[in-house]
Design a protein around this ligand. Structure first.
Ligand SMILES: Nc1nc2c(ncn2[C@@H]2O[C@H](COP(=O)(O)OP(=O)(O)OP(=O)(O)O)[C@@H](O)[C@H]2O)c(=O)[nH]1
Ligand SMILES: [Mg+2]
Length: 422
């Protein structure tokens, strides 16, 4: 089964919690803080892999979560990090977020894109020791991993794409010039999904795509529509196959006209793509038929049955592919640099101020906020990270309720009475 579009959800692993613990020694009233930190959660990473043919695996399993980090322990033992979860995708996979923004074009083998970051591990109480705070009893909780919805779309990486009416002989041709073994039959739309064949010709090696049949009106959804034409977008050259046999009501000249129009309707850039035109099933044509053909100069006459014209055709196609390859030798993929989502937002929700964003969550992410030491620490963080000023700017008054994550507290900015949060 050929699957070229899927939606997936990627979830980074959660960070492990830091721990609060003390080394107790006989004779020492207070122990020394020795709580270890939690390990970070694994990232979810897409990796381009030329050996993966389709996105099928992700249609069956759309949800992928990386392993979480383990918690810290006493005696300064830190938790283990969760391993990154690598998801192999076919080379040529375009990655978009829910808004349709392209995040990456994974073209080069082994190209990687971190799509969902794992949560940071929480720090243990040993990390919070300062000269003023010698025995902190609080630790940080682990962060949740990012949760991201993505749309993946495969655009095959072919050197040349075969375009033609249904029954034109595209599959027969690719089976003749490569090791591909597509289904061949004398009814239209035998080929329902694109597939690739590797053609070796002299010292050339070309990847040729057999594209399902195209008919007039495909752009408006006739036949199989033109969805699959996305697989021609990356082809360096196009091979348009015209069928002179009685199987077609349109003559080759009209077929060429229709096909050119449909390609253009799909993507105007395709009109400028180097194109080789060939008439198939040439052994059916006698001299008179050949003379009558109203096709552009340079059109090849080929027969997959007898082998007529195939070498000339491949020579021509290889030359165009090489020329384009010389002009643009590397097909470079790209990945968009995506900053950590830390934009902070303040909004009003049923009588409380709600602060959202990773900075806010991090500020209050402690194991025990009832501890006065911890509460002071959080108050400092809220100020330092700009959350207090954001609340003031939004119009928050002392005494208002503020909610960050699952925590609700009373807003009590330091300058209202000189005191920090109670
Ligand atoms: N006489 C003759 N018949 C051919 C030749 N090439 C293909 N055919 C026949 O044409 C019919 C259609 O061939 P396919 O290769 O399935 O055509 P296609 O273009 O892949 O068709 P779709 O997959 O439906 O788009 C089959 O009956 C083939 O045997 C040829 O060179 N000579
Ligand atoms: Mg076919």
């Amino acid at each position: 089964m050929f699957v070229d579009t899927v939606k997936i959800r990627a979830i980074g692993g959660n960070g492990g919690a830091g721990v609060s613990s003390f080394l107790r020694r006989k004779g020492l009233p207070k122990g020394k803080p020795n709580g270890g930190s939690g390990g970070r959660g694994g990232d979810v990473v897409l990796v381009s892999d030329p050996d993966v043919p389709t996105l099928l695996r992700y249609e069956r399993h759309p949800i992928w979560k990386a392993p979480s980090g383990t918690h810290g322990e006493g005696d300064l033992r830190h938790g283990r990090a969760g391993e990154d979860l690598e998801l192999p995708v076919p080379s040529g996979t375009v990655v978009r977020d829910v808004d349709g923004v392209v995040l990456a074009d994974l073209v080069e083998p082994d190209q990687r894109l971190v799509v969902a970051r794992g949560g940071k591990g929480g720090r243990g109480n040993a990390s919070f020791v300062t000269p003023e705070r010698r025995a902190p009893t609080f630790a940080e909780q682990g962060e949740y991993g990012e949760e991201v919805d993505l749309a993946l779309e495969l655009r095959l990486m072919a050197d040349a794409a075969l375009i033609g009416y249904p029954n034109a002989g595209k599959s027969t041709l690719i089976s003749r010039i490569s090791a591909a073994t597509p289904k061949i039959a004398d009814y239209p739309f035998t080929t329902l999904t694109p597939h690739l064949g590797v053609v070796t010709f002299g010292e050339h090696e070309m990847v040729v795509a057999d594209i399902p049949g195209l008919i007039e009106g495909a752009a408006e959804g006739k036949g199989l529509g033109h969805e699959f034409l996305r697989h021609t977008e990356r082809a360096r050259a196009l091979v348009i196959l015209l069928d002179p046999s009685v199987l077609q009501t349109d003559d080759p000249a009209r077929q060429l006209e229709v096909l050119t129009r449909e390609l253009e309707a799909h993507d105007p850039a395709l009109a400028a793509r180097p194109t080789v035109v060939a008439v198939s099933k040439a052994e059916l044509l006698d001299e008179a038929d050949r003379a009558e053909l109203d096709v552009p100069e340079g059109t090849h006459l080929i027969s997959a049955l007898t082998g007529e014209g195939l070498d000339d055709l491949l020579y021509d196609v290889a030359a165009r592919v090489d020329e384009i390859a010389r002009q643009a030798p590397e097909r470079e993929g790209f990945t968009l640099h995506r900053p950590l989502r830390d934009e902070m937002t303040v909004r009003r929700d049923s009588g409380a101020w709600v602060v959202e964003g990773i900075t806010a969550i991090r500020a209050v992410n402690l194991s025990d906020l009832t501890d006065p030491d911890a509460a002071n620490f959080v108050a400092e963080r809220l100020e330092r990270s700009g959350i207090v000023s954001a609340l003031v700017a939004a119009g928050a008054e002392p005494g208002d309720d503020v909610r960050i994550g699952s925590i609700v507290f009373t807003f009590d900015p330091p300058d209202s009475d000189g005191e920090r949060y109670a």
